[in-house]
Design a protein around this ligand. Structure first.
Ligand code: ASP
Length: 331
């Protein structure tokens, strides 16, 4: 008979753990998972530890650090870790944790639900089962499991506010799917491991994600510099366009000269941005703006926060964005 795998469930709150209160759903403590864990204990040896108990709208980089530390320091003796988390900011957390835990040596699978476990029709039990199966499957990396799909944590985006198929894997195939054959893992998607696992939690909070809109005042860049921003991720139009007929380029040049890193992503969810195609993009490249190619805005944002938090120079940040660390970018 197969030995049961040892899985650690780290809880952080979110809808999955929520119960109704007078003013709306509120996360309850880890005990809320007990009924579900009793059933899963038929298949796994399970330890449950509560890290935090928050709606994920209240999760900040400080909590990312706590979660990364919780994973790193508690992992000994476990085959895999499941992290339950609110869905609203799960893509940011899963991306940030990907960068904070280079070469993680076991599967870490984020999951949550759209309906609380306390509801008889909750999608939570199903999502937990997929997450536990991936955590027990032995493939190291940071993953996100939802609606019978498993994706790289750094490729997940929440695309539905209430539908059960809440997450999509953007510009990357699923890492695994549940079918009538069980959990089918696509090994070509898995992150490459290239050294010893590390805990590198330094992140800079002074990074801003700016969505361009027609008519947006270029003064926004100076305002961000005045606020003390150290990095700006610009969601450009389409393949990487920006209005070059107003003062945008000189404003970006000013912030770059102040040592602020500027990274360009696309407002389009799918496909890769490519600033080299149109004149309205090449001008950005010639200033020294970094391309995020096919990364999600969540991954670009957290990678930049992490790079600055690790004390990297502008040159090193440019190099970092031309490097695929864990499957977050196709080069
Ligand atoms: N507001 C909740 C949260 O992100 C939503 C969810 O978990 O689905 O914590």
């Amino acid at each position: 008979m197969n030995q049961k795998k040892h899985i650690l469930l780290l809880t952080t709150g979110g809808t999955i753990a929520s119960v109704p209160a007078a003013d709306g759903l509120q996360p309850a403590h880890a005990g809320i998972f007990e009924r579900e864990m009793q059933q899963l204990r038929t298949y796994y040896n399970i330890t449950v530890r509560e890290l935090i108990c928050l709606d994920s709208s209240n999760i900040r980089p400080t909590e990312w650090q706590l979660i990364a530390k919780g994973i790193f320091e508690n992992r000994q003796g476990f085959d895999g870790i499941v992290v339950s988390h609110g869905t609203d900011t799960m893509a940011y957390t899963a991306s940030a944790i990907t960068f904070m835990l280079p070469n993680i040596d076991l599967p870490v699978v984020f999951t949550g639900s759209q309906l609380p476990l306390a509801d008889v029709l909750s999608d939570g039990p199903d999502n937990l089962r997929t997450a536990f199966a991936m955590a027990a499957a032995g493939y190291p990396g940071i993953f996100l499991a939802f609606d019978r799909k498993v994706m790289l944590g750094c490729r997940g985006v929440k695309v539905r506010a209430s539908g059960f198929s809440a997450f999509e894997s953007i510009n990357a195939r699923y890492a695994a799917l549940v079918s009538n054959a069980g959990l089918a893992v696509d090994e070509s998607v898995l992150p490459a491991i290239s050294g010893q696992p590390e805990l590198k939690t330094g992140v800079c909070e002074d990074v801003f994600l700016l969505k361009l809109t027609p008519g947006l005042s270029p003064r926004i860049f100076d305002a961000l510099a005045d606020m003390g921003c150290k990095g700006i991720v610009v969601e450009t139009f389409g393949l990487g366009g920006i209005n070059v007929l107003n003062e945008s380029l000189s404003a970006i040049d000013r912030v770059l000269k102040k040592g602020i890193a500027v990274v360009a992503t696309s407002q389009c969810l799918y496909d890769s941005s490519n600033l080299g195609v149109y004149q309205v993009g090449t001008r950005l490249l010639s200033l020294g703006v970094i391309q995020a190619r096919d990364m999600t805005s969540e991954a670009a944002m957290t990678k930049l926060m992490w790079a600055i938090g690790q004390g990297m120079t502008g040159e090193e940040i440019t190099q970092l964005f031309a490097t695929n660390l864990a499957g977050e970018i196709s080069l």
